[in-house]
Design a protein around this ligand. Structure first.
Ligand code: UN1
Length: 505
C-alpha cells in the first residue's frame, strides 16, 4: 500500500481536504509510487512558524545539557533504524544502498558531535575597563529556524540544520524536497520519538511557490529568525533577497562547480579513483560533485585514458545492488541531464562512449529497465574556460576535462566559474598543495582526496555562487543558530561610565 504523507505541525497531522497531492515515485521503477503526499497551501508554512514560535519559548528554557540528551536519543534511534531508513532513501531517490547507509551514518555522527555541545554551550567572562564590574557573553537561541532542503541528501543534510538548531534551543519548521517526502517523514518520526515536545519540530510538505509565500509572511510576522536553505544557486539568490528585506542573513548552502587539479607528480590511479567517486557518485548530484578535472599537460593523455577506461567499466543500475550510481533523483534532473548534453560542443570529445538514457537496446552494467531514470556517465575532454560546461554546474553525471601548464594557471582556472564550495588537488609536493589551498576560493580543499565526502565535524560551506559564507557542521554552525548576548554587571555601587570613568594607574 502506498504511504500517505501529510505535514505535521504542533505534533499533529495537518490534514487538509483541499490540499493538492504529489506522488513521490521510485526513480528506479517509475511506475512505483513510494508515497502520496498532501502539499500544503500558502498559509500553512506561516501558520507552522507561529506554532513553532509558541513551542520555542518553553524549549529554550530546557537546560542545554538536557537538550543534548534528546539529541543523544535521536542518534540512538537513527542508528537502531539505520538500515530501514537507508532502504527507504534508496527506494525513494535511487541512491545506492551503501551510500544511503553512509548518509544515515552522517546523521548519527552529527548527533554524536552535538550531544556533548549541550554541555559546552560556552560563553565568556571578559575583563572590564572599570573596577568592580564584570562582563559576560552568553549564546542565546535565535528563535524559530525555517529549514528548506534539497532531496539529494534527504536525511543527512537536513540533520545538519535540525540537530544543532534544536540543541541550541530553537524550534524548527522544515520543508523538505517533495520528491524525498517519505524519507523526510521517516526522519521526522525518529526525531519526534526521541522526546521533542510538540511544536518544537514541524515538517511542512509544500511546493516551492507556496513555501516562498509562506516564508515571506512568516518573516513579516516576525515568527522566523533564521532561514537555512540547501539547494540551487538560483533559488538561493531569491531566498537571500527575501531575507535581506527583513534584515536577516540566512544560512545558504548552494551549488558547486568543484575542480580537481591533477599535477604532474600525482598518483594517477588515486586521482582516477577520486574523480570516479566524486564525478559520478550519487550520479553527480551532490553539491560537492566534481565539475571539471584540470590536468597538467604532461599527464593529460595518460590521465584521460585511465579515467575514460574506469568510467566505461563502471556499473550503473539498480541502486539496491553494487553499482557506481543508480537512477537520477527525479525526472526533473533527468531532463536537465538531456539539456546539459546539448552543451557539448563540436570541439569537445566524449571519451566514455554512449551518452543519454540507458535503455534495453543500449544496456550498461547493472541496468535492469522498468522505466528507471538511468543515464550514461559522460567525460568530456577539451573543455575550454569560456564554455558553459566549464562555467555552470550540471548536477548530473557529466565531467569536463581541461588542461593547464602551471599551478598558477590551474588555480586561476579553478576559481574562474565563481563558485567556491569544494576543491581538490592531487600532488606529492606539499608546496603545491599549500599554494593551492592559499589560492583557491573554495570553502573546502582536499589534498589527494576527492571533492566529495565531508566529515560531520568540519565546517561545511562555500563562497561566491556556492553560498554567503555561512558554515554548517562542527562548532562553527553554532553561530548560525545562536546569537551572542553581552551582559555587564557593576557591583561598585556607583554609576561608572564607560570611556569616561577609566581607572587610573
Ligand atoms: C550536498 O550535496 O548537499 O561531502 C552535501 C559530501 C556529503 C554532503 C554533500 N557529505 O559530499
Amino acid at each position: 500500500m502506498t504511504r500517505q504523507i501529510v505535514s505535521v505541525v504542533g505534533g499533529k497531522a495537518a490534514e487538509d481536504a483541499n490540499a493538492t497531492t504529489y506522488d513521490s515515485v521510485n526513480p528506479a521503477r517509475t511506475a512505483e509510487t513510494v508515497a502520496r503526499v498532501q502539499l500544503a497551501g500558502d498559509a500553512a508554512f506561516a501558520w507552522a512558524c507561529s506554532v513553532a514560535a509558541a513551542a520555542q519559548r518553553e524549549w529554550a528554557r530546557v537546560p542545554a545539557p538536557v537538550r543534548g540528551r534528546v539529541i543523544a536519543s535521536i542518534g540512538r534511534l537513527v542508528e537502531a533504524n539505520a538500515e530501514a531508513l537507508a532502504r527507504l532513501v534508496t527506494e525513494e531517490i535511487g541512491k545506492p544502498y551503501a551510500e544511503a547507509l553512509g548518509e544515515v551514518r552522517e546523521i548519527v555522527d552529527t548527533c554524536d558531535f552535538f550531544l556533548g555541545e549541550g554541555r559546552r554551550m560556552y560563553g565568556q567572562t571578559v575583563p572590564s575597563e572599570m573596577p568592580d564590574k564584570n562582563l559576560f557573553t552568553f549564546r542565546v537561541p535565535v528563535g524559530v529556524a525555517a529549514v528548506i532542503t534539497a532531496g539529494n541528501f534527504p536525511v543527512a543534510v537536513p540533520s545538519w540544520y535540525l540537530v544543532p538548531a534544536l540543541l541550541c534551543g530553537n524550534a524548527v519548521v522544515w520543508k523538505p524536497a517533495e520528491y524525498a517526502s517519505a524519507s523526510a517523514h521517516a526522519l521526522y518520526r525518529l526525531f519526534a520519538a526521541a522526546g521533542l515536545p510538540d511544536g518544537v519540530l514541524n515538517v511542512v510538505f509544500a511546493d516551492g511557490a507556496s513555501t516562498y509565500a509562506g516564508l515571506d509572511l512568516a518573516l513579516a510576522e516576525g515568527t522566523v529568525q533564521k532561514v537555512g536553505f540547501t539547494g540551487s544557486t538560483a533559488v538561493g539568490r531569491e531566498i537571500g533577497q527575501l531575507c535581506g528585506r527583513y534584515l536577516q542573513s540566512p544560512c545558504l548552502e548552494l551549488g558547486g562547480k568543484n575542480p580537481m587539479v591533477v599535477m604532474p607528480d600525482a598518483d594517477l590511479d588515486l586521482a582516477v579513483e577520486g574523480a570516479l567517486f566524486s564525478g559520478f557518485g550519487t550520479a553527480g548530484q551532490r553539491c560537492t560533485s566534481l565539475g571539471t578535472v584540470l590536468v597538467h599537460r604532461s599527464v593529460h593523455d595518460e590521465f584521460v585514458g585511465r579515467y575514460a577506461r574506469a568510467v566505461r567499466e563502471a556499473t550503473v543500475g539498480d541502486p539496491a545492488g553494487d553499482v557506481l550510481y543508480g537512477p537520477m533523483l527525479d525526472h526533473r534532473f533527468a531532463e536537465r541531464y538531456e539539456d546539459y548534453l546539448g552543451w557539448i560542443q563540436p570541439h569537445h570529445t566524449v571519451v566514455t562512449g554512449p551518452t543519454g538514457r540507458i535503455t534495453g537496446e543500449n544496456p550498461r552494467g547493472g541496468f535492469d529497465g522498468e522505466g528507471g531514470l538511468y543515464y550514461h556517465p559522460v567525460v568530456v575532454d577539451g573543455v575550454r574556460s569560456r564554455d558553459r560546461l566549464f562555467l555552470e554546474e550540471t548536477f548530473g553525471p557529466i565531467v569536463g576535462v581541461t588542461s593547464f601548464g602551471s599551478l598558477d594557471e590551474a588555480i586561476e582556472l579553478a576559481n574562474r566559474p565563481g563558485y567556491g564550495l569544494s576543491s581538490s588537488i592531487y600532488t606529492t609536493d606539499p608546496k603545491a598543495a599549500f599554494r593551492f589551498r592559499a589560492g583557491i576560493g573554495a570553502g573546502m580543499v582536499s589534498v589527494n582526496n576527492s571533492t566529495s565526502g565531508a566529515e560531520a565535524h568540519l565546517p561545511f560551506g562555500g563562497n561566491g555562487k556556492s553560498g554567503n559564507g555561512s558554515r554548517q557542521s562542527g562548532i562553527w554552525v553554532l553561530d548560525q543558530f545562536t546569537r551572542w548576548q553581552a551582559m555587564n554587571w557593576d557591583y561598585s555601587g556607583r554609576l561608572q561610565k564607560a570611556q569616561m570613568d577609566v581607572a587610573e594607574i
